[in-house]
Design a protein around this ligand. Structure first.
Ligand code: CUA
Length: 341
């Protein structure tokens, strides 16, 4: 059964055009305890609604079958038709009672699910702040702890088996953080900090998506959650916390110089250099990420070049301006950015 579901989800992932890696997005294949609760509720609702549908359809067909033919004369009122009326009254009363019971059952299931979602123990939890930007995700690990904090974008790594507390914020418009394999969705509302808890129990790469219309490029506001073994996660967190490495050769040095002299430096930060703007994603370890432009492009040299020189073609309306550079400078810049692992 599970193999068949996995096959179905692979087909769905392939159809949805996920060409890079193997991230998939599927609320019916929970990979964590919170998504599991939601999935169970979904199954209960599907089962209840299926039973109701079949019962209603059967009753409908039976009613059509037993209805008096229009060509027949209206039968005179007899004790038999009074009996039929009494039967109909009883059927309606039974139907109403069953409907109320069904709805009450679903209400109870929802409340139980809600309580289960709120009950995830957060001991030793990992705290991550997520800011919804137009149209990308700014991700801050260990906010408020200068010795451990670092920033990334559109990609969250989390250790398997450890609870995660996400603090969701937005400076301007409402977004919604949704990674169907791991957790229910939660809105990011300007002026408030809402929290979402999740725990990944199966390692994997899970695709998430902004689930609230937030402007022109709402559809291109995706992200990845990479759930990995704790040791692997610690290694990743350590490397992300480190500043960018000093360029190793002349081309990379030239690339860094191009970055510092181009409009890039107005919006992006690279830790360990004087670039420290926070308008766009932190690029200290941009080469370690799987995608560019919030899940829009695979992170390859060619796509990076396209994104730098003509971002409006990729994501019309995005705040990223086109940067026109001489070919040599562009190649040096690409080589430098690709070294930021
Ligand atoms: Cu952000 Cu839709």
């Amino acid at each position: 059964m599970s193999a068949r579901l996995n096959f179905a989800s692979s087909v769905l992932a392939a159809l949805s055009g996920v060409a890079y890696g193997a991230p998939f997005q599927n609320a019916l294949l929970p990979a964590g305890v919170q998504a599991d609760h939601v999935h169970t509720l979904w199954l209960i609702m599907l089962g209840t609604c299926t039973v109701v549908f079949i019962a209603l359809f059967t009753a409908f067909v039976a009613a059509l079958w037993r209805a008096p033919r229009s060509t027949e004369e209206t039968p005179p009122q007899t004790s038999r038709t009074t009996g039929t009326e009494r039967g109909a009254t009883r059927a309606v009363a039974l139907g109403a009672a069953l409907s109320i019971a069904g709805l009450l059952g679903l209400l109870v299931a929802s409340v139980v699910t809600d309580r289960a979602l709120a009950g995830l123990p957060l001991k030793d939890g990992l705290v991550i702040e997520v800011n919804g930007q137009q149209w990308w995700w700014q991700v801050t690990y260990a906010p408020g702890d200068p010795s451990r904090t670092f920033e990334t974008a559109n990609e969250l790594h989390i250790p398997v088996g450890r609870p995660v507390l996400l603090k969701l914020q937005s400076p301007d418009v409402i977004h919604s953080f949704w990674v169907p394999n791991l957790a229910p969705k939660k809105d990011l509302i300007p002026g408030r900090t809402l929290t979402l808890t999740l725990r990944a129990d199966t390692p994997g790469v899970y695709r998430g998506q902004c689930a609230e219309f937030c402007g022109y490029q709402h559809a291109k506001m995706a992200f990845l959650v990479i759930a990995e073994e704790p040791a692997q996660y610690e290694q990743w967190a350590q490397s992300q916390h480190d500043s960018a490495k000093e360029p190793a050769d002349a081309v990379r040095k030239r690339g860094r110089q191009v970055f510092m002299e181009s409009p890039c430096v107005m919006c992006h930060a690279i830790q360990g250099t004087r670039a420290n703007a926070r308008t766009g994603p932190d690029l200290t370890h941009v080469a370690s990420r799987m995608t560019l432009a919030a899940g829009t492009l695979p992170n390859t040299r060619g796509h990076l070049a396209g994104w730098i020189t003509n971002p409006q073609q990729v994501k019309p309306g995005a705040n990223m301006p086109a940067v026109t550079l001489p070919a040599d400078d562009l190649q040096a810049l690409l080589t430098y950015l690709e070294s930021l692992k």
